[in-house]
Design a protein around this ligand. Structure first.
Ligand SMILES: Cc1ncc(COP(=O)(O)O)c(C=O)c1O
Length: 393
């Protein structure tokens, strides 16, 4: 028997679960199969559950801090998995990656200044920027032969022409599934460094990589990028522990680090929670074998989708991702608006996917599917999608 089980369907309903219990406000019903928000329908690694159990059994859950073993666990993981040498003093805390993005906005920009994003992209990038009165400056990705790429010419232009002080890079990119190559990141980094902008590189998806793909940390591509990059990472996507609200922020530059920390101290969110700390340490020290098994399972799910679409719904195709478990389905041939597509999926298929249009410019005509689910639920989901979209093909 396989060492880890990803096939068992676990009932997540009535567990205060955003994905299964929280669909109604967005989709109008909870009676749908959820394939939207990016967490997994798998249990966390047994090694993580065991560490949490020990922490629960201790029985005292007072104020917590993160000490050297915690930082060593983070540094060790990135050395082992990504060949990135992080000094433990570079590591700062955030209760999530989105709060870290918000803190960076407050630390490095003033109201009215611009923050550059590369749509279609994870939609909270837009809401954090707009929420504090900053301006979104778009450098849309280009779709070239079925694969999204950066538009470097436009990037140079946007950085030259506007009051951009900060850049949000999504690496690997949600939702387009690209794992930027070292060459792409070097080029991107050189353009940003020449203009003196600070870059937040959101690398939360960096561990979900498919066969033969390698993740390059932006801060590792040059000395200039090490000094101007704030990297956000977390065990939350990788080990399905997003509900434990624990992320890490890696900032090699002391000046940037102190500015970031000043905001975290002001909002008083450096404390963290005991369970998030215990889980992160266990995951990053003992989670390798589980993750390797997960990646194999996810790759099998991608193969399943490709085969299913070819056989049952050839008007739709998947942009085969290099990384992330939330790839895009290309439904553009159906010539439906984002709202029409969503309506069909929800009302006819009874399935909840993120609309491509939620991710801004370039997302229209796509839907984002969450494949981190047991094969039986994936099969059910694909059948619902085919039911919703099939007759139009
Ligand atoms: C690119 C990206 N950043 C951040 C997050 C969420 O981060 P957190 O839950 O730690 O705030 C997600 C979740 O889907 C994501 O895709």
């Amino acid at each position: 028997m396989a060492r880890y089980d990803f096939d068992t369907v676990i009932d997540r309903k009535n567990t205060d679960c955003a994905k299964w219990d929280g669909m109604e406000p967005l989709f109008g019903s909870n009676d749908l199969l959820p394939m939207w928000v990016a967490d997994m329908d798998f249990k966390a690694p047994p090694e993580v559950i065991e560490a949490l159990r020990e922490r629960v059994d201790h029985g005292i859950y007072g104020y917590t801090r993160r000490f050297e073993p915690y930082r060593e666990a983070i540094a060790g993981w990135f050395r082992r998995r990504h060949g990135w040498e992080i000094r433990t003093e570079w590591i700062r805390h955030a209760p999530g990656v989105v709060p870290a993005l918000a803190a960076a906005i407050m630390a490095f920009t003033q109201p009215g200044e611009g923050i550059l994003v590369q749509p279609p992209v994870y939609y909270p990038f837009f809401s954090t920027i707009k929420g504090r009165g900053r301006t979104v400056v778009e450098n849309p990705l280009k779709l070239v032969n079925g694969r999204f790429e950066m538009d470097f010419e436009d990037l140079e232009k946007k950085l030259d022409d506007s009051a951009v002080k900060l850049v949000f890079l999504c690496s690997p990119h949600n939702p387009v599934g690209r794992v930027w190559s070292r060459e792409e990141l070097e080029k991107f980094g050189a353009i940003c460094a020449a203009r003196g902008v600070v870059v937040v590189s959101d690398e939360i998806h960096c561990d979900i990589l498919y066969k033969g793909v390698k993740h390059t940390p932006l801060a590792d591509v040059s000395d200039a990028m090490r000094e101007s990059t704030i990297t956000t990472v977390a065990p939350s996507k990788t080990f399905n522990i997003a509900g434990l609200a624990t992320a890490a922020v890696v900032i090699p530059s002391k000046r940037l680090r102190d500015n970031y920390q000043a905001v975290i101290d002001f909002v008083h969110i450096d404390g963290g929670n005991v369970f998030g700390g215990a889980a992160l340490e266990a995951a990053y020290t003992k989670g390798d074998a589980w993750l390797d098994a997960l990646l194999e399972y996810l790759e099998g799910n991608l193969d399943y989708i490709d085969a299913f679409l070819a056989e049952h719904l050839p008007t739709v195709s998947m942009l085969r991702p290099e990384g992330t478990y939330v790839p895009l389905l290309d439904c553009r041939a159906m010539k439906l608006s984002g709202r029409e597509l969503e309506k069909l999926l929800v009302e006819k298929g009874k399935v909840a996917l993120d609309g491509g249009h939620w991710f801004g410019t370039g997302g229209e005509g796509f839907a984002r599917i969450n494949i981190a689910t047991p094969r039986a639920l994936l099969k059910d989901g694909m059948e619902r999608i085919a039911l919703a979209l099939g007759t139009l093909g």
